[in-house]
Design a protein around this ligand. Structure first.
Ligand code: PMP
Length: 347
């Protein structure tokens, strides 16, 4: 593997990062803060938050079985995706490789950062071959993106292929596990200590029911995390978010319960969706959504919008012609969807 130093963009390697007021004083019990030009009134939220979110990382580290130094927290996992490009990919020179179809932000971030984005189609069963991704890579490939369970296809990627890619690729393998809590597969976070080229992304937006607080996680070697910390905005995770995340971490049973209810609902909804006359195929899912091929995705999508029900039309996405992506809702919401779709069959 190339070293993290070799993989890092030269300007980032040499960067002198911004040093915030709260970074500079450490370890002393202080009570008078006249260092950050804050307003001393309006208690609770008048002070800048901890730039490195120590308390939250301590709690997360225990739960995930990693060291706090192996965690980066950001404004959604979208922030970590963007930082990966800004840290490692030289615009107009470097490139990344990704499975296709997958989560759209990898390509958007590549385009914003002027980094070539090389897509390698999944097979008909939405699996990938590591060798096909490696064949698309060259000496300017810094990152390879995988997503498991994958969005929009919903399936877990094959672990043997993931392992093979981690063994053979000399850059960073980014494995997006946004939906891992719904899957029967273990997270790759457990492999961090023996995989120096692995970056695992997770989020509070899915199983943790907290898309609104914008909190994403990246797990990687301390060396990679140090690069993220060097270039992130100083106070990228606000105080309200840090507090809310700590509250959530104190009730993990609640999240476990949501996951088991949603997985049960998913099975039921998929079965009923498969029985609708216009459904051609319901793809297997390991996430809190599923992809289904229907006779006319556009017509069904528009009909549902007219009923005030919004699903995702994935017709224009590679390999997803006439496919709708349906998020599993509450039992009541799922019934409203099915009821509306049964009526559509009468048209
Ligand atoms: N990764 C995947 C695979 C996603 O589907 C999404 C959101 N739809 C994200 C990351 C973004 O998550 P966040 O809300 O943490 O930015």
């Amino acid at each position: 593997m190339r070293t993290i130093e070799q993989l890092t963009r030269p300007n980032i390697r040499g960067l002198k990062p911004y040093s915030s007021a709260r970074d500079e004083y450490k370890g002393i019990e202080a009570s008078v803060f006249l260092d950050a030009n804050e307003n001393p009134y309006s208690p609770s939220y008048n002070r800048y938050p901890d730039p490195l979110q120590h308390q939250l990382k301590e709690r997360l580290a225990k739960m995930k079985g990693v060291d706090p130094g192996q965690i980066f927290l950001g404004n959604g996992s979208d922030e970590a995706i963007d930082l990966l490009f800004r840290a490692f990919c030289e615009p107009a020179v470097d490139n990344v490789v990704a499975i296709d179809p997958t989560y759209g932000m990898y390509q958007v971030c590549a385009d914003i950062n002027d980094v070539a984005y090389r897509k390698v189609w999944l097979d008909a069963d939405f699996q990938f071959r590591a060798d096909a991704l490696l064949a698309a890579a060259d000496e300017h490939t810094k990152l390879i993106f995988l997503c498991s369970p994958n969005n929009p296809t919903g399936n877990d990627l094959c672990r043997e292929e993931i392992d093979h890619l981690l063994d053979k690729f000399d850059g960073l393998v980014v494995l997006d596990e946004a939906y891992i809590d719904f899957s029967g597969q273990p997270s790759y976070v457990g492999q961090l200590n023996r995989r120096p080229n692995l970056v695992v992304l997770q989020t509070f937006s899915k199983a943790w029911g907290s898309a609104a607080i914008r909190l994403g996680m990246a797990f990687a070697s301390p060396e990679i995390i140090a690069v993220f910390n060097k270039i992130k905005y100083p106070y990228n995770v606000n105080q309200l978010t840090q507090e809310q995340a700590l509250r959530l971490l104190s009730e993990p049973e609640k999240i476990q319960n949501w996951v088991s209810v949603l997985n049960k609902e998913r099975r039921q909804l998929m079965e009923r969706f498969a029985a609708l006359p216009f459904t051609e195929y319901v793809f297997p899912s390991d996430a809190n959504f599923f992809l289904a091929r229907v006779s006319d995705a556009e017509a069904i999508y528009n009909y549902l919008v007219g009923q005030g029900i919004i699903v995702r039309n994935r017709h224009s996405v590679s390999l997803c012609g006439n496919c709708l992506r349906i998020t599993v809702g509450t039992s009541e919401e799922n019934n409203i969807l099915l009821e509306a779709l049964r009526k559509f069959t009468m048209y």
